[in-house]
Each structure stands twice: as structure tokens, then as C-alpha cells.
Design a protein around this ligand. Sequence first.
Ligand SMILES: Cc1ncc(COP(=O)(O)O)c(C=O)c1O
Length: 320
Amino acid sequence: MGLIELGIHTEQSREEFLLEKNGVSISLKRDDLIHPQISGNKWRKLKYHLEEFYKGSYSEILTFGGAFSNHLTATAALGNLAKIPTSALVRGEEAGDSPSLKFCSEQGMQWQGISRKDYSLKEEAGFMDSLRLLKSGLYIIPEGGKGAPALKGCAEIVDELKGNYDYLALSAGTATTAAGVLANPKAPKILVYPALKGGAFLKRAIATYLDEYRTFYALKPFSPALLAEKLELREDYHFGGYAKINDSLVQFMNMIYAQHQLKLDPVYTSKLLFGLLKDIEGGRFKAGTRILVLHSGGLQGIAGMNRRLARKSQQLISYE
Ligand SMILES: Cc1ncc(COP(=O)(O)O)c(C=O)c1O
């Protein structure tokens, strides 16, 4: 089976107007509609990893992630669809009763929870090579679906843009998606809302990814001014850190759903839209500015988040 036979298309990712505030218009690019399980930026990131898998003599995909990871569920679903065995090392402590991991198992992924300490070993030089030696035929996809092939897939977002926008706004975890968008010479200016605390480091990460991408695909160097010209990091809307959430964010998600029938995910896109609206309220953009928000998916994470919220007797995300 090849990429084409999988039948995953990005035409479903339409652009649609969402709302206007203080004269600033917000539209959405609905990457969340690409596929029920391999949605949002997941197909973008996995597509060319899969191409590399098919090009080499690989027999299995191994990847990494947390117990509620969108990347793990998407990789498991893709493996099932493409009939490729998948396995994963999962950051241990919370692995217990995660609905996301249950889904991964149903899709045939073999996963194993390991301690945070062991998990962090994957960043050490030589670790991936030792995994490859342990088992032949492994195609390893880094945590969060990072890597040069992921940038290639995310760069395609820009080629699909139909409307005229002053900015493309997107959420960041690893900032692979942001780097992929910037890798496309036609990229508009981007507003990046990190889903984690202290997101300033992502600027350096993006520069590194772009360099790796250029090397991997033997491209010309990027302009040294690229990031200064096109990248704006908006770091203040992390809500305390990665996957941290409070009542006001939940209320915001429920309100957006009630008003626009739009489902946001609790880790990435909710913080993105919340932050963007706050920036607009704060007068950061002049009237007439057109902003396109990338809906990068992640809705599978709602069940796990609601479980955590229920345990703490906090308000639940409710899209009824
Ligand atoms: C739904 C969703 N949106 C945004 C992101 C952030 O993407 P990136 O890690 O490329 O910054 C992720 C993580 O992969 C995600 O799952």
C-alpha cells in the first residue's frame, strides 16, 4: 500500500469565517476535518514519514508520547489503516486508564509505559541507534511526530490557502507545524501560541528544524531574516503549562461551542483561540486585519481531559 491508496485527502480542510471582533476577522482552516482519527496536523506530520517508511526497507513504526497524546492515537490509527505494525514507548506514570491508550491498543499498537527518567533517555545521543540495533526494520518517528518529513507535510498547508490573510495563527507544542509553515516561501506571517510554559525557546527550535529540513531535502538555505520577518510568538496563554487547564478555559471552550458549534481541544486550539481573542481585545491588531486560525485537531483528547477534570470535581468540557 502507498500514500495514495490510503485515501486521506486534505480537501475537507475548508476555510470558513468564524467571527469578527473589533474589526478583526477570524477565519478557520479546518484541518480537524481531514480524517476522524488522523486529523489536524497529524496527517500533515505523518504523511511524509510514511513516504520515508515506504522508501526504506522498514517493517514497523516505533514512536513516543504521553498517555493522552494525539500523536500516538493518530500513529496507531494510521498503522491500522496502512497495515503497518506500530509500537510506542509511553511516558509512564499516567499510562494507567487513558482512553487514548485504549484506542491505541484497539488499533493494534503495542505500547509500553516507561518511567519519566527512562523516557528522557531518548534525547541522548545513540539511544535511537541502540533501539534500531535491538530490532531490525524499525522506522522511528520522534515524539510529537517531529522531523524533516513532518515539516514537508506542514508546508503544504500554505499551498492550500485560498483567502487573503494578514496572519496564520497556530498553536505550538514542538513547533514543528510552525516550522513547516515557515518552510514554505509563500507563508504569510504567523502568530504562534505555545501550549506550554516558557515557549520562547521555540524560536530556536524552529530555526533548528528548518536547518534539519534544508539538509534532509538538500534545499537552499533559508533567509536569516525569515523568523524576524514572519514569526511572532505569543507566549502568555499557556494556562500554567502543557495540558494544564482551568475553569475559565473550560468555560471558554463551552461558550465557543454554544455560540459557533465549534469544538476546540483542551491542550492546543482552545489556548490558541483564547489567546488570540485576548490579543484582539487588547488592541494588538488594527481593524481590517484578517487572521486565519489553523484548527489542528486534537479532539480525541477531550475524553481523557474530562476524566481528569471529573476526578478533581472541576467543570467539564461539554459539547452537547
Ligand atoms: C491538536 C494539536 N495541535 C497542535 C499541536 C502542536 O503541534 P507542534 O508539535 O507541531 O507544534 C499538536 C501536537 O502535535 C496537536 O496535537
